[in-house]
Write a protein that binds this ligand. Structure first.
Ligand SMILES: [Mg+2]
Length: 268
């Protein structure tokens, strides 16, 4: 425990490198899903009966459920999407015919691709780091080609010096090895860098297990788990506030006094 606490610290002064998660940190994935499903509801009488909030929640649930198989290469992206819509139709009491699910999945995909947006403030934040010579990296669980295309579409590619995908690294967050790949490529120590992400388990606990100071992008104002303790941001703007919170990092692995749980404690 002592060794862990010693390793998990931030060097004084501005960071030399800042790593970001991509989906739902720089890229507004949830908002894009919402826009695309709104269009799907207008097209499908069956899914149109499901309130938008519920449809989004169910869709994200199926996405989370099927994604590990997709990431592992056991399910193609197209088959996974078709299966998500087959399930949505079935849950809505419609005929879960393959044809209807496939047609809606293709429509959803087109709409989703065209509706993509950055999280407000993302490009301004990355640009401000690059302007000062601070390295910007993205550490993301996804396929290389998909994330490269996404960064280019969003206009974020010029600001990102280092892209580390789980596909290229051969390991996925929260495995500490993917964060170490980023640190090695940036040629910085963990204390000189920061990780910003929305997933507590993947981004925060994962980064902490590599000794990398993490800042939680808490988009849903969730209750923070107690271990490790890290700073939070609720958005990527206003720029000075966000930059200060990232730079003046304070955190620890120390469990809360009333917590005896070690379930979330990083492995090292
Ligand atoms: Mg994310």
């Amino acid at each position: 425990m002592r060794a862990t606490l010693q390793r998990y610290r931030a060097a004084p002064g501005p960071p030399a490198a800042v790593f970001f998660d991509l989906d739902d940190t720089l890229f507004d994935h949830s908002g894009t899903v919402c826009r695309a499903l709104r269009a799907v509801r207008a097209r499908s009488p069956v899914l149109g009966r499901v309130p938008l909030g519920r449809l989004v929640a169910r869709y994200l649930g199926h996405l989370g459920d099927l994604y590990p198989r997709e990431l592992a290469g056991r399910l193609s992206a197209v088959d996974a999407r078709n299966e998500r819509f087959r399930r949505l139709l079935e849950e809505a009491g419609g005929r879960a015919s393959g044809t209807e699910a496939t047609e809606l999945a293709a429509f959803y995909r087109d709409t989703y691709q065209r509706s993509r947006r950055e999280v407000p403030g993302a490009s301004a934040l990355l640009a401000s780091y690059r302007k000062e010579g601070i390295q910007v990296g993205v550490i993301t669980n996804n396929r290389e080609q998909e994330q490269v295309e996404k960064l280019e579409y969003l206009g974020l590619a010029p600001f990102v010096e280092l892209l580390i995908t789980s596909e290229a690294a051969g390991v996925a967050k929260p495995d500490p090895r993917i964060f170490r790949v980023g640190l090695r490529r940036a040629r910085v120590t963990p204390a000189q860098a920061r990780m910003v992400g929305d997933s507590w388990e993947s981004d925060i606990v994962g980064a902490a297990s590599a000794g990398l100071p993490a800042v939680w992008f808490d988009r849903r104002s969730a209750e923070p788990p107690t271990t490790p303790r890290v700073p939070r941001i609720g958005g990527l703007s206003p720029l000075p506030t966000v930059r200060r919170r990232i730079a003046e990092w304070r955190g620890s692995y120390r469990p809360a006094a009333d917590s005896t749980s070690t379930r979330r404690r990083p492995k090292e």
